[in-house]
Design a protein around this ligand. Structure first.
Ligand SMILES: Cc1ncc(COP(=O)(O)O)c(C=O)c1O
Length: 384
């Protein structure tokens, strides 16, 4: 059995040890196909083949990592030269690494900053922020606007760009606009976490709110995870983007040799003292895909097929449970209205493993098992 103190990985280990043939792993956010496999995307495989034939060296890439990858990813995320021209991007060790680099930047450049975090949130958010020495204030995730109103200038607000983990909430454009106005009024830094783009309402729709907000506010930080969109979980692909001039951070973005380091210098400094440089392979795959229109089109259509499958699973389960509200959620997860006890019953009585919070990874659910899983959920609810 895997030895770990993390409850999520403990559950995963318990699930792997569960010999019941009907056991179903709906724990960690990994896309799976209907057979339960986490597949290598066709575009990824094609890029890997090209790289294998072409690559001649495994030389160091430097603390900023792969610069062309970072530039292509920035273009994809921001989609607007007015934003990209004012952005510093460094490759990170996936989304988690990007969150940490940005947290370090915020902590170093604003020792009095508080970071406002809506709860529930991604389980690792609070830990990453605290590990960087930031003060964290929590609020119910739907009360984001009220949190901004009590924030001080220079504070930061964590915002998930789409398909909120775990609630499955994607903010409508009207709310992005309201939030932008409040952030500008209060001088608060938007700290955007983009991990599920492409899996909610479509790639461009999932990024539209963030792009609009960054244009309106003029500055912000974005942690990008490449794990879900390219299925590159173990390759650790991501980037930290700093858009515009953050309050309290020197404006020379790239920094000038011999002067106080700019944003890039600071980010590279954090990278240098923790892992020195990010891993190369995953970033090269994404660079190959985004640098080639044919591979990009292939990847986009695969991502769209994944999104549609998640949508079918969500609406299927919602209709079997007669809970239409569930169909409003977006992304890889579904937050069920179940207590920790009910989730425990699902696990013990039916071999269905989700998180005690009620969150399940929809992608792990084969379509043919929707009726059976819905019935198990009904039984667990009835026993409350
Ligand atoms: C909201 C959110 N942000 C960031 C991450 C980190 O992803 P990774 O470090 O695997 O790229 C996750 C992973 O589940 C997540 O749900």
């Amino acid at each position: 059995m895997l030895l770990t103190a993390d409850p999520l990985w403990q559950l995963t280990a318990a699930c792997a040890d569960d010999a019941r043939p009907e056991r179903l792993d709906l724990i960690v956010g990994v896309y799976r196909d209907d057979s339960g496999a986490s597949p290598v995307m066709r575009a990824v495989r094609a890029a890997e083949l090209r790289l294998a034939q072409r690559s001649t060296s495994k030389e160091y890439a430097g603390p900023s990592g792969n610069r062309r990858f970072a530039a292509l990813l920035t273009d994809l995320m921001l989609g607007d030269p007015a934003l990209t021209s004012r952005t510093v991007a460094v490759q990170s060790v996936a989304g988690t690494g990007a969150l940490r680099l940005i947290a370090e930047l915020l902590a170093t450049t604003g020792p009095d900053r508080t970071v406002h975090l809506g709860t529930p949130s991604y389980v690792n958010h609070a830990g990453i922020l605290a590990a960087a020495g930031l003060r964290v204030a929590t609020h119910p995730v739907r009360d984001m606007l009220a949190a901004v109103e009590t924030a001080r200038p220079g504070d930061a607000l964590v915002i998930q760009g789409c398909c909120h983990n775990p609630s499955g909430f994607s903010m409508p454009i009207r709310q992005w606009d309201e939030l932008s106005a409040a952030l500008v009024r209060r001088g608060v830094v938007p700290f955007i976490d983009q991990a599920y783009f492409g899996l909610g309402d479509g790639l461009d729709a999932d990024l539209a709110g963030m792009r609009r907000l960054l244009r309106a506010v003029g500055f912000g930080v974005v942690a990008v995870s490449g794990s879900k969109a390219w299925g590159l979980y173990s390759e650790r692909v991501g980037a930290a983007l700093v858009v515009g001039d953050l309050p309290g951070v020197r404006s020379e973005l790239e920094g000038v040799r011999g002067e106080v380091p700019g944003v890039r210098g600071l980010l590279e400094g954090f990278a240098r003292t923790s892992y020195s440089q990010p891993p190369a392979h995953g970033a090269m795959i994404v660079e190959e895909i985004l640098g080639d229109p044919e591979l990009t089109a292939c990847w986009r259509s695969e991502l769209e097929a994944m999104r549609r499958r998640l949508g079918r699973l969500r609406t299927g389960l919602a209709s079997h449970l007669d809970m239409p509200d569930l169909a409003e959620q977006r992304g890889m997860f579904l937050s069920l209205p179940l207590t920790a006890d009910a989730m425990e019953r699902l696990r013990v009585d039916h071999g269905i493993y989700g998180l005690p919070s009620g969150r399940i990874n929809l992608a792990g659910l084969p379509e043919s098992r929707i009726p059976q899983v819905a019935e198990a959920i009904r039984l667990a609810l009835a026993a409350e």
